[in-house]
Design a binder for this molecule. Structure first.
Ligand SMILES: [Zn+2]
Ligand SMILES: [Zn+2]
Ligand SMILES: [Zn+2]
Length: 346
């Protein structure tokens, strides 16, 4: 399997996978899915056995796993190893020092099938199902941080073709890394520096500034959604827990319900404003490794309606014709309508 390399000069990382054979397998996989969806009930044998399956039995939700001989039917959420993993347990054992830094791309790559219903997009999913998905993600992330060589657990979802989703069926992905990705390293350093010098979390400070301001989209009991000051994408927005919290692993059942409401309302709002756009949803959480710095966890949502141009890719300076204030106004009104519908307020 592959290796993880670091750029000569910067902290940028690249995973080099084996290439030809896997790619052709992936293409064959794509061909397969054009005929039938591998994540739909009844097609479970197209994937590897699920390691975590949430099922409803006699009114209660229980967690099971597929075995060699038995695939669990009537599931609500399934977690299965990806058939074409980006990182793997049998990674190459090659190491190298800078400037040719490399280490094995060791890790776990899972698919979280978010619903048995093929067209139940995240923006239309019931609140109960959202709670199920978030609880399963929390469970798997907790387990992964207990495994060796897992420094960071990346949770994300791609929805729609422009966001690179190969399968339309709603799903999230979890990929672990043996070291912190640069963006998490940067955010965590900033938090730690401010904490030790000023005694305040800079992310809590930003929430204080954005709360009730022109970029706020929605605020619930425990979460706030807002368009960031300097967005990379039009209609990009972030969701933060209002109180200082380092990881999704720390949130209570009550907070999970509130997060489900926030996600469902804002994604519903986004979908209404842009007519079901492609988007990526990325969780930024703290590492659970004892030696690493902590951040204030959050979710970032990037709508993908246009490709980045050369200037943006080459300079990491993004051009936005829509201001975050205008985006927040549109997303705010659409999200509040969704929220009112979900809560039964007309
Ligand atoms: Zn499907
Ligand atoms: Zn904070
Ligand atoms: Zn972030």
């Amino acid at each position: 399997m592959g290796e993880l390399r670091k750029d000569y000069f910067t902290d940028r990382l690249a995973i080099i996978t084996k290439g030809v054979t896997e790619r052709s397998m992936a293409l064959r996989f794509e061909e397969e899915i054009s005929k039938k969806c591998p994540y739909c009930p009844g097609h479970e044998d197209m994937s590897l056995p699920a390691e975590l399956v949430l099922v409803q039995r006699e009114g209660a939700l229980i967690k099971l796993a597929d075995t060699e001989g038995e695939i669990i039917k009537d599931w609500c959420v399934r977690v299965l190893p990806d058939k074409f993993p980006v990182v793997a347990l049998d990674a190459a054992t090659t190491y190298g020092d800078e400037p040719l830094y490399r280490e094995p791309a060791y890790g776990y790559h899972y698919i979280v099938v978010a619903s048995p219903k093929h067209d139940e997009f995240f923006s239309r999913m019931s609140l109960d199902q959202w709670v199920n998905v978030l609880s399963v993600v929390q469970d798997r992330v907790r387990w992964l941080y207990g495994q060796k060589n897992v420094s960071y657990v990346s949770i994300f979802a791609n929805h729609g073709k422009n966001a690179g989703a190969l399968v339309e069926h709603p799903h999230l992905q979890i990929i672990t890394l043996p070291r912190l990705p640069p963006v998490i390293e940067q955010e965590a350093s900033k938090v730690q520096k401010s904490m030790s010098e000023l005694g305040i979390c800079p992310m809590c400070n930003v929430l204080h500034i954005e709360s009730g301001g022109p970029r706020q989209i929605l605020a619930t009991d425990h979460f706030i959604a807002f368009s960031p000051w300097a967005p990379s994408y039009a209609f990009e927005y972030w969701i933060f827990p209002k109180k200082h919290q380092t990881s999704i692993l720390r949130i209570t059942q009550k907070e999970i319900k509130d997060l489900a409401l926030t996600l469902r309302s804002t994604l519903g709002g986004l979908s209404n404003v842009l007519n079901d756009p492609s988007y990526s949803m990325i969780f930024h959480i703290s590492s659970e490794k004892k030696t690493t710095r902590q951040l204030h966890w959050h979710i970032e949502i990037y709508p993908q309606h246009k490709r980045l141009n050369g200037f943006e890719i080459g300079t990491k300076t993004y051009i936005n014709q829509l201001s975050p204030e205008q985006a927040a106004e549109l997303l705010g009104s659409a999200s509040r309508k969704e929220l009112a519908k979900l809560l039964g307020i007309s």
